[in-house]
Design a protein around this ligand. Structure first.
Ligand SMILES: OC[C@H]1O[C@H](O[C@H]2O[C@H](CO)[C@@H](O)[C@H](O)[C@H]2O)[C@H](O)[C@@H](O)[C@@H]1O
Length: 567
């Protein structure tokens, strides 16, 4: 990390400014550019604090910030991807004209979400919190104006379906470059995310790229870096459960999350000692590493249940199903790339690693009684029998014995029925517990919807495939309804309302939105021949043909003007 760590990541300046709550969103301050070098800024800050007896007023802090920081986001230019095409081939697979038009609108949105760093970022990185990367990126949107690690998997798949292979490869190369430079991929493209990663999907991005382009050499050349990332996760995240090695989410930094500083300080107030507060911060940042920040999924209260609030977060003591499943998958894909390169020894080494992870998943996380995989509570040494969408993630990456498919299918479908997961018009919720946190009921998120639907499809039994298709098509139709009404693609949606967007958590619902668009484009390509909007559940079919007008959808605009906008 360069000298600006003491400004953007920790220290008295960060504390003073963030606790003054100058901005409605805490992320704003840590995204602002420095006007002078970090050294000068820190000297000025010391002098400023001394001159104010260490107790400046809020207005004085604001003046200090105005004098020393520029606007957020000025380090990035909006970038039109050079490989963008007006009519990617996936549109020809979509038979319904309104859905096809929507596909065109989504393809247009890539141009709004493209970002390129100004040259000065490479020359003077210490002035910025953004992490310099060589190639332009597609960002999620809204307040998220930098890359996010796991979001990029679905963005890249959407780009590949949109024939933007150069942009996709550039983003993957950025990640490879980051592993080489930093040793791992941070949560997002800002220095303040330095202590944590996100679900490790780099190897899967490479696999997606190779599947689309048939460029095996790309994967073979990336092998050293992919192995490095795999080992980083194993070396820094391993925990023991029932005599097996598994992995759990972790963070290696200290202090509150810089981008949500005052929020974390406030929840830490119920802890008495500095050590307990520090532990609390680590639990929150580890939850952020999971990408599911926040959720009752990470709560363990004194009774050993998930009832509680953020002060009950015990992320580091929960063995998460999907992280272990993804690492299994990574080992399998690395073995496959080694096999393509003819490295038999290395292939066998990674097949063996994969086999061990699969055995651990089966022994610790599969739960015969529940009929599904469950997270494991290391404090109370017991499975956590609460529905979370990630419980079904081994289906997505086939982290089970394929010969058991029939039995697993019967169990998992029963689990789905018992939890009434097929009853929600707006998609399958992330959990069934409503806490007000954004990764809890009733919110539905595109990546998890994808993992569920693709997982059931992979399982391969007719019943699982039928459900997969129904859920996939329901999701497309519900997202379309939301778009038709609001002209927006959302970060999260509402399971209880067909076409309803999500909410809750510590910031307002964002639009844009990278992974949502990626999933829809992939599923328009997948279901486009069968899916039609007539009989659209819970929402009227569009009354008139959508006409694209300068990238704006006319019928939605009419809806918006008629007062149907929700903000
Ligand atoms: O600022 C609060 C948190 O915001 C991010 O998390 C959410 O948005 C990400 C980008 O779409 C997504 O990857 C994550 O799953 C969401 O929960 C950020 O990743 C967090 O670290 C941050 O604390």
């Amino acid at each position: 990390m360069n000298a600006n760590g003491q400004i953007y990541c920790y220290g008295p300046l960060l504390h003073t400014v963030q606790m003054a709550k100058l901005f409605p969103d805490s992320k704003t301050f840590v995204d602002m550019k420095l006007k002078a070098s970090p050294e000068t800024t820190l000297e000025d800050f010391d002098a400023f604090m001394a001159s104010k007896n260490n107790t400046p007023t809020r207005d004085e802090i604001r003046e200090f910030v105005d004098a020393h920081f520029g606007e957020k986001g000025t380090e990035l230019d909006v970038w039109t991807p050079t490989d963008w095409v007006e009519r990617p081939g996936f549109l020809d697979l979509v038979h319904d004209p309104d859905l096809r038009q929507w596909g065109m609108d989504l393809n247009n949105i890539w141009r709004e979400l493209g970002r390129k760093m100004k040259e000065d970022v490479q020359k003077n990185p210490q002035y910025y919190s953004i992490i310099p990367v060589p190639n332009p990126v597609i960002v999620p949107g809204g307040r998220f104006i930098e890359f996010y690690y796991w979001d990029s998997y679905w963005i890249i798949r959407g780009l590949l379906h949109s024939e933007m292979t150069n942009t996709a490869r550039g983003m993957i190369e950025n990640f490879l470059n980051m592993v080489q430079r930093i040793g791992f991929i941070p949560n997002g493209g800002r220095v303040y995310y330095w202590g944590r990663s996100q679900p490790p999907l780099l190897t899967a991005m490479v696999k997606s790229y190779v599947d689309f382009t048939k460029d095996d050499l790309f994967a073979i050349n990336a092998l050293d870096v992919l192995e490095h990332e795999f080992e980083y996760f194993i070396n820094n995240h391993t925990v023991q459960a029932k005599g097996h090695n598994l992995v759990a989410y972790r963070d290696s930094s200290s202090g509150p999350r810089p981008e949500s500083y005052s929020e974390d300080v406030e929840t830490s107030e119920s802890f008495d000692t500095e050590a307990a507060k520090e532990d609390h911060y680590s639990e929150l940042k580890s939850a952020a590493e999971s990408g599911m920040d926040f959720s009752s999924r990470w709560y363990i209260n004194e009774d050993g249940t998930n009832v509680g609030n953020l002060t009950n977060a015990k992320t580091r003591s929960i063995v998460p199903v999907e992280l272990n499943a993804i690492l299994y998958w990574n080992a399998k894909m690395i073995a496959e790339f080694h096999s393509k390169a003819g490295n038999v020894e290395k292939m066998t080494e990674y097949e063996t690693k994969a086999q061990k992870i699969k055995e651990a998943i089966q022994a610790v996380l599969w739960n015969e009684e529940a009929g599904c995989w469950l997270d494991y509570d290391l404090i109370n040494d017991k499975p956590r029998n609460y529905y979370v969408s990630s419980n079904l993630s081994p289906l997505w990456v086939k982290a089970y014995n394929i010969s058991d498919s029939e039995k697993i299918s019967a169990s998992v479908l029963k689990y789905i029925e018992n939890n009434k997961l097929d009853t929600f018009p707006g998609g399958v919720p992330n959990t069934l517990y409503q806490t007000g946190e954004q990764w809890d009921f009733p919110n539905v998120w595109a990546p998890m919807q994808y993992i569920l639907v693709e997982g059931l499809d992979n399982l391969g039994t007719p019943e699982a495939k039928e459900l997969s298709q129904r859920w996939g098509q329901r999701w497309v139709k519900s997202n379309f309804e939301a778009y038709r009404e609001t002209l927006a693609m959302f970060e999260k949606y509402d399971a209880e309302k067909f076409g309803g967007h999500g909410g809750g958590g510590e910031y307002g619902v964002q639009t844009g939105f990278g992974w949502t668009n990626g999933v829809i484009i992939e599923w328009l390509a997948k279901y486009g021949r069968q899916i039609s909007l007539s009989g659209n559940t819970g929402g009227a079919a569009p009354s008139s043909r959508i006409i694209s007008l300068l990238g704006v959808t006319a019928v939605a605009l009419v809806g918006a003007l008629a007062g149907r906008f929700i903000w």
